[in-house]
Design a protein around this ligand. Structure first.
Ligand SMILES: [Zn+2]
Length: 343
């Protein structure tokens, strides 16, 4: 081939190569704080669905796994996934998906279902970023040898309207913490994320006592119930996948813990829903070669990371990348899809 032609040929080849995008959503809601950029408003989500009907062929994540296995992946395939099992998935996302006839997979933290407990990260955000009055200082001994943590909140004991506003607008994925409280949240989040779930709960208990708050649970920050999951799984459009039992950052944990988390989650979901659970998503996208091997050994047909790359025809089925979708309007979402397909 003439050398000056090569870039054009490569681009054309890339363009026509079968390729899939897997989209990762968490919430269809407008929460008070959204530090990790997890929520898409219902209006924007509907715009995304309209764009998706034109941008490619939306297939289920299970069909994607099957097409990879049989080497029949098609051009411009798109799969929709949701992580963590927020109740707005059932209330807001599912009705819209049904109206547009688009399939989706919901990855569920089995140990969180039926439990009067918020997702730990949400409760942490509420405690530190939204509590009206906090003590001036904090001194914590963290469990599991995670050390100590101290903080001073001299000017931020009281949550002024200005502070509240800053916390509502802050996205840790895009900007450094704008306040001392935000810095404390960020530090705590990083220290707690690698810990086992019981240790995270222990620290939350300590923080609740520190703040002088009762253990209140906001229903919008709990998992969907078994009844809601059964309703979802009864629809031919929807698939339930495993997202471990307690949402650990798997790569920080020994192989036996990783295997138990994956297997227990699948077992609990299968028992409650009476359907095989064949897909898995790694919490926080925390995974490594050992994690992929365990997921494969346990017989999951496919497993998803949070690495932002498209899925090509020869992708390894237990490390499939996904793109996190933010609260974009339809035009911005269309631009992103174009970029992701071209990348
Ligand atoms: Zn998750």
């Amino acid at each position: 081939m003439r050398h000056w032609l090569r870039p054009y040929v490569q681009r054309a080849r890339r363009h026509f190569e079968p390729k899939a995008l897997v989209l990762m959503y968490h919430r269809v809601a407008e929460p008070d704080t959204d530090t990790w950029n997890l929520a898409v408003s219902p209006a924007h989500f509907e715009q995304h669905l309209r764009v998706l009907r034109q941008a490619g062929t939306v297939i289920s994540a299970a069909e994607l796994a099957e097409r990879l296995r049989t080497r029949t992946l098609r051009r411009r395939s798109i799969a929709i996934t949701f992580d963590d099992g927020y109740p707005d998935n059932h209330r807001a996302a599912a009705p819209l998906l049904t109206r547009y006839g688009l399939p989706a997979t919901f990855f569920i933290i089995s140990g969180q279902v039926g439990r009067a407990q918020e997702f730990w990260s949400d409760e942490l955000a509420s405690l530190v970023l939204l509590t009206e009055r906090l003590p001036a200082t904090l001194a914590l001994a963290l469990p599991d040898g995670a050390g100590h943590l101290a903080a001073d909140l001299p000017a931020e004991q009281l949550l002024t309207p200005a502070l509240r506003r800053q916390h509502q607008l802050w996205r840790a994925t895009e900007a450094a913490p704008p306040t001392r409280r935000a810095a404390l949240f960020y530090e705590l989040w990083q220290r707690l994320q690698p810990l086992p779930a019981p240790s995270q709960q222990l620290v939350l208990e300590q923080l609740r006592a520190w703040a002088g708050l009762p253990a209140t649970v906001r229903p919008a920050h709990q998992s969907m119930s078994w009844r809601q999951l059964r309703e979802l799984s009864a629809s031919p459009l929807f698939t339930i996948g495993a997202h471990t039992a307690t949402h650990p950052a798997l790569a920080y944990h020994p192989a036996a813990v990783q295997a138990h988390e994956m297997a227990a989650s699948r077992q609990a979901l299968q028992a409650a829903l009476g359907q095989p659970v064949e897909l898995l998503a790694y919490p926080y996208g925390s995974c490594n070669a050992e994690t992929f091997a365990i997921a494969a050994q346990l017989g999951f047909k496919a497993a998803f990371t949070t690495a932002a790359h498209a899925v090509g025809p020869t992708a390894a089925p237990h490390s499939l990348g996904r793109f996190q979708v933010n609260d974009w309007d339809g035009d911005e979402f269309r631009r992103r899809l174009r970029q992701w397909f071209a990348g």
